[in-house]
Design a protein around this ligand. Structure first.
Ligand SMILES: [Zn+2]
Length: 619
């Protein structure tokens, strides 16, 4: 049977359906568009459909072929009525048979939407009052209405949805005043294109004969139509050609929801590949704004984008790359308060952050919620990859003495060559697709370490701790409590907390580490002298070369590099309140956590570090 055809006879759907039957097909989906007895408040008696058949058939065939390729379906066909139709008659029929129902539904929907949008078919309504008119579809007339918003209701199961300018020209009679009965009265300001000229002649005669296409105006209209219908659509054929993927795999990707945490060096390749692959929904979270120093490794962005929120930039890029993807940007920072909800809304999480506190936060909630998470970390010329999923070792099983943020350093402080995160992000995207497609060879119970300078890989076996389930949950609970405590501290803005009361002093029963975590670790001051006046000792833990470049902005500070601070007994009185300072607040936070765990209670990290103080001076 032809992929797309017109008929002036009644559409015999049961005959058509039989022709799509295939023993290999497990699903069949069909759409029928019927003639409705009213349109926009006017009772309709009957309808006339007309088409410019040579072009319409070509375009219809192209749409069906696209659907076959896109969704990997077995068979599809579309039949459209032309001529005179009575109320209740079927105007258009689409049938699809496929291996699985998901592709059948998706392809059927695609075909009818595209036919309505692209195929040159027009209808004339004959009303009860004796008037008649080429249909002025309100939704076509509204300039902001896109094809995606077109419903599948039978009344619009014709070509009214198709290109705005074209349908004006096509219908010819319409102006925006919505004159249904104004047959033959043209609003010439709306004769957008030459197809209008062609159609004017056509509808005035009330019938269209094929081949009435001789005017030069008509030729240019057809060229315009061709240019428009050539608009590209996402095409997954290259990945679907793999026998491990195929249509079923494509449907899996389309049905999946992936949360990408971080839109930086690791996130950029992850986001690009997953968008290209046709993942159904991508959640993108990043609270940072693009900086010029990001661009050598974050290749999705442009210099002109500097200063804009990365999550929005990335989402924009995804939309441009693949309109099939439902992309949702979040510009907040992932924390213990928003993490559970965000994670729960997705099937898979990809950690593209460069800080350990977020990695552990993700670890804890993903373990708790039973969601797989693909981790990667990059340090200078090497990196590592680990997947945590239900039943496998988690981050805390591997790192029982949780590595602190900043102890290892991040890109801004340690330096990195652009392709390094690119390679690891690529690996993450690939492992994510292996998980989603259930491909063999998944990285499981192993940690992959890859050194790009020597091009050597090593795989470290990971073992799940027997205590894993409990401690993951308690850590998550602790993180939650910490977030609440921090939120409260922030609300009390600027006032130094009552340290004694907050450090394990609440008497709330809970795991030992939760008590440490409930004390605020970070404090904010406008100047370091303010901290000094409030009775704090100030220790700058940056390296000597950093101090040379940017000296500590206070005469009361003492310099003590982080490594020395953490080596053996801390060289300051544990009874004094101490605030640690570094460049960005990451290393000082890490050191604070470390010292707290060693039992030193009155130590705090300066939020935002020296950079934060400078920023405050200028704002
Ligand atoms: Zn564990």
């Amino acid at each position: 049977m032809p992929a797309f055809s017109f008929t002036s006879e009644r559409i015999n759907e049961s005959e058509l359906r039989k022709q799509l039957q295939d023993p290999a097909a497990g699903g069949y989906a069909s759409f029928e568009g019927w003639v409705r007895n009213h349109n926009e408040g006017l009772p309709v008696r009957h309808l006339e459909y007309e088409a410019f058949e040579p072009l319409a058939i070509k375009e219809g065939e192209r749409i069906v072929a696209e659907a076959v390729k896109r969704f990997g379906i077995e068979h599809a066909a579309c039949v459209h009525r032309i001529g005179d139709l009575a109320i209740g008659e079927m105007a258009v029929w689409v049938g699809v048979s496929a291996r699985h129902r998901a592709e059948a539904f998706a392809a059927c929907r695609y075909i009818i939407d595209e036919v309505k949008h692209r195929v040159p078919i027009w209808k004339k309504e004959h009303y009860e009052n004796g008037d008649s008119g080429w249909v002025n579809c309100e939704r076509c007339a509204a300039p902001t209405t896109g094809p995606a918003e077109q419903g599948a209701d039978a009344d619009h199961a014709h070509a009214t949805a198709y290109d705005h300018s074209h349908s004006h020209g096509a219908s010819g009679t319409h102006d925006h005043s919505h004159s249904h009965g104004a047959f033959g009265t043209h609003d010439h300001s709306h004769s957008h294109n030459a197809s209008g000229a062609h159609r004017h002649g056509a509808h005035e005669g009330a019938t269209v004969k094929q081949g009435q296409t001789s005017s030069p105006a008509t030729a240019s209209a057809l060229a315009a139509t061709h240019a428009r219908i050539g608009a590209p659509v996402p095409d997954y054929s290259r990945q679907m050609a793999l026998k491990e993927v195929g249509a079923a795999g494509q449907a899996k990707l389309r049905a999946s929801r992936v949360l990408v945490v971080g839109c930086g060096g690791l996130g950029v390749p992850v986001i690009s590949y997953l968008a290209g692959a046709g993942i159904g929904r991508l959640g993108l979270i990043d609270s940072d704004h693009l900086e010029p120093s990001n661009l050598h490794r974050q290749t999705m962005y442009a210099l002109a984008d500097v200063g804009k929120p990365k999550a929005h930039l990335a989402a924009e890029r995804v939309r441009a790359l693949n309109p099939d993807v439902d992309v949702r940007p979040y510009t907040t920072r992932l924390d213990a308060l928003n993490a559970p909800d965000l994670i729960a809304q997705h099937d898979l999480v990809i950690d593209c952050t460069d800080n350990f506190s977020t990695k552990f936060l993700l670890n804890d909630y993903c373990v708790q919620l039973g969601k797989p998470v693909v981790f990667a970390s990059v340090y200078q010329y090497e990196g590592q990859l680990q997947i945590v999923q239900p039943g496998s070792a988690c981050l805390r099983c591997v790192w029982p003495e949780a590595t602190r943020d900043g102890i290892v350093g991040n890109c801004s402080e340690a330096g990195v060559l652009g392709p390094v995160p690119g390679i690891f992000g690529g690996l993450q995207a690939f492992e994510a697709m292996k998980l989603l497609l259930d491909l063999p060879g998944q990285l499981k119970d192993e940690l992959l370490v890859l050194d790009l300078l020597t091009l050597t890989t090593s795989r470290v076996r990971t073992k799940r701790a027997s205590a894993c389930p409990e401690h993951a949950i308690s850590r998550a609970t602790a993180a939650q409590a910490a977030a609440v405590a921090q939120a409260n501290a922030a609300a009390a803005s600027g006032t130094a907390p009552n340290q004694r009361g907050q450090i394990g002093g609440h008497g709330t029963p809970g795991p030992a580490d939760a008590q440490v975590a409930t004390s605020p670790l970070e404090l904010s001051f406008d100047t370091l002298d303010q901290a000094h006046d409030a009775g704090f000792d100030i220790v700058d833990i940056r390296e000597p070369h950093e101090l040379e470049e940017t000296p500590t902005p206070s005469a009361h500070a003492r310099a003590l590099p982080m490594a020395e601070l953490l080596h053996g007994q801390p060289p300051f009185k544990p009874t004094r309140k101490t605030v640690l300072v570094c460049a960005s607040g990451r290393r000082s936070l890490a050191a604070t956590q470390e010292l707290r765990e060693r039992g030193i209670a009155d130590v705090y990290s300066l939020r935002g570090g020296v950079k934060g103080l400078q920023a405050r001076l200028f704002t």
